[in-house]
Design a protein around this ligand. Structure first.
Ligand code: APR
Length: 287
C-alpha cells in the first residue's frame, strides 16, 4: 500500500475520532490471516470448489425435508469446509476492532463469520449475522445452545436425531445460517437498528454480494440529516446531507465501492490496515 493508503489511514482515524456511533461489518476476509479461507477470494472455498457452493445452496432445503438425514450426513463428515475453526486464533485485524471497542469508539461488530474470532479477540458487542459454528439453535423458538450441551454422537447411535429443544421440543439445527434460511429475527432486527443508528460504518473483508447482509451498508447510505445552509442571498435553507461515513477495508474493490455506497476504500489486508488506524487514533488522542 503506497503513500495514498497512509493518507486514507489518517483520514479513517480522524473520521473514527469524530464519530459518535461507529460500527464494523466484517466478512471472511478478516479471518484469512488467521488461516481460515474466505469464499470468493482467489483461494476461496467457493472459488476452488464451485460444487461445494451448489451443495451449500441445497443444504437448508435438505434440512427442512429430512432433519434426521441432514444430521446423520452432517455427523458422518464433521470436517468443516473452513478447516479446524477451534484451533484458529484472532489476528491483528480482530484485535484492532476489539481495541476500538475498549476505547469506546466502536459500539458493535456485525459479522458474517461463524468462526467466533471476534469474541476470542475480546470484542463484547458482536452480532453473528450468519450464526456461529460452535452453537446450535432451535428452529421453532430460536433458543441457542452451546454445541456441547448435546451428545450428538449418542443421539445418533440411539437413533434419536434430530436433537430436540429442551425448551419447546422443536427441531434443533446448527446455529450457522444456511443460504435461503431466514436470518434469526433477533439478530436481523438489531443489525438493521445499528446500521440505521450508526454515523460511521467500517466494512472489513467482505465481497458484499450476499443478501440481506449487504443491505446494511445500503440502509446506512440512505440515512440523511438536515443541515441549515445560508445561501448567497442570506436565506437559510435546510438541506439533507448523508449522515454516515462508510469506509471499506478490503483486498479488492466491491460493488459497494463501484456503486459509491462506501465513501472510500482502503485497499489491502485488514490485519495490516486496522492496527495502523488504531495507532493513528491513539496518537491523535494523546496529542
Ligand atoms: N484483508 C482484506 N480483505 C481480504 C483479506 C484480507 N486479509 N482476505 C480476503 N479479503 C477479501 C477478499 O478479496 C473478498 O473481497 O475479503 C472478501 C471476502 O469475500 P467472501 O469470500 O465473499 O466472504 P464474505 O463476503 O464474508 O461472504 C459472505 O457468503 O458463503 C457465504 O455465508 C457465507 O458469510 C459468507 C457470505
Amino acid at each position: 500500500m503506497g503513500n495514498h493508503g497512509e493518507d486514507l489511514i489518517q483520514r479513517a482515524a480522524k473520521d473514527l475520532i469524530n464519530s459518535g456511533c461507529a460500527i464494523a461489518l466484517t466478512g471472511a476476509g478478516i479471518s484469512t490471516e488467521s488461516g481460515i479461507p474466505d469464499f470468493r477470494g482467489p483461494s476461496g472455498v467457493w472459488t476452488k470448489d464451485p460444487e461445494a457452493e451448489r451443495r451449500a445452496y441445497r443444504s437448508y432445503q435438505a434440512f427442512r425435508e429430512d432433519p434426521k438425514g441432514w444430521w446423520e450426513e452432517r455427523l458422518s463428515s464433521p470436517v468443516s469446509l473452513l478447516g479446524d475453526l477451534e484451533k484458529a486464533m484472532p489476528n491483528p485485524g480482530h484485535l484492532a476492532l476489539a481495541e476500538l471497542e475498549r476505547m469506546g469508539i466502536l459500539k458493535w461488530v456485525i459479522t458474517q463469520n461463524i468462526d467466533g474470532l471476534h469474541e476470542k479477540a475480546g470484542s463484547k458487542n458482536v452480532l453473528e449475522y450468519h450464526g456461529c459454528a460452535f452453537k446450535l439453535r432451535c428452529v421453532s423458538c430460536g433458543s441457542r445452545f452451546k454445541r456441547d450441551e448435546f451428545d450428538l454422537e449418542k443421539l445418533k447411535t440411539e437413533n434419536q436425531l434430530p436433537p430436540r429443544c429442551p425448551k419447546c421440543g422443536g427441531v434443533i439445527k446448527s446455529d450457522t445460517v444456511a443460504f435461503g434460511e431466514p436470518i434469526p429475527s433477533d439478530i436481523a432486527h438489531q443489525s438493521l437498528a445499528e446500521a440505521w443508528r450508526c454515523d460511521l460504518m467500517l466494512i472489513c473483508g467482505t465481497s458484499a454480494v450476499v443478501y440481506p447482509f449487504a443491505n446494511l451498508p445500503i440502509t446506512a447510505r440512505e440515512k440523511r440529516i438536515e443541515k441549515e445552509k445560508a445561501t448567497e442571498t442570506g436565506l437559510h435553507v435546510v438541506e439533507k446531507i448523508p449522515a454516515v461515513i462508510i469506509i471499506e477495508i478490503n483486498a479488492e474493490p466491491t460493488p459497494l465501492t463501484y456503486e459509491k455506497i462506501s465513501d472510500y476504500l482502503i485497499q489491502g489486508k485488514t490485519g495490516e490496515i486496522l492496527p495502523k488506524i488504531v495507532e493513528e487514533v491513539k496518537k491523535s488522542r494523546k496529542g
